[in-house]
Design a protein. Structure first.
Length: 151
């Protein structure tokens, strides 16, 4: 990213894919056969959101499979052999819980006034780094608004 006049870099995140300056925030994403870039000027930001996303259906299916496993264990007696049901339902429960764990995503969304939001998944950032990014973005927006009101 080429800096504008009087622009200073404040911080970068996600392996330099997110760049915050004193005037704008930019995300550059390159993947197999595609590239994506979005820039939002700080004065245009209307909200900033940190959220956790996950596919709750996997958690529910894991719970149902675990319940089937428990019911198969409880209903087993000396005359019936429910080991197959127990093992299959236990494997299914573990599989769905694993899918739920894989589906968890930590996302920051920067929404401009009337434009497309800048959404990015947080990777390799600890909670204090996320809060630091969040606070620096808010402080940069506040400072930018003060500079614009002086003009």
């Amino acid at each position: 990213m080429k800096l504008l006049i009087h622009e200073e870099e404040i911080l970068t995140a996600n392996d330099n894919k997110i760049i915050l300056t004193n005037q704008r925030i930019q995300m550059n994403e390159k993947d197999w056969g595609s590239a994506y870039s979005i820039t939002i000027f700080l004065e245009d930001i209307s909200s900033i959101e940190i959220r956790y996303n996950s596919v709750i259906t996997f958690l529910i299916l894991g719970g149902v499979a675990l319940l089937v496993c428990i019911l198969a264990l409880v209903s087993s007696n000396a005359y019936s052999n429910n080991q197959g049901y127990v093992l299959i339902s236990l494997a299914a429960a573990l599989f769905f819980f694993f899918l739920y764990w894989l589906s968890k995503k930590h996302v920051i969304s920067v929404c401009p006034n009337g434009g497309k939001p800048l959404n990015f998944e947080i990777t390799q950032m600890k909670e204090e780094q996320i809060q630091d990014f969040f606070n620096k973005l808010q402080a940069a927006k506040g400072k930018r608004m003060q500079e614009l009101h002086k003009i």
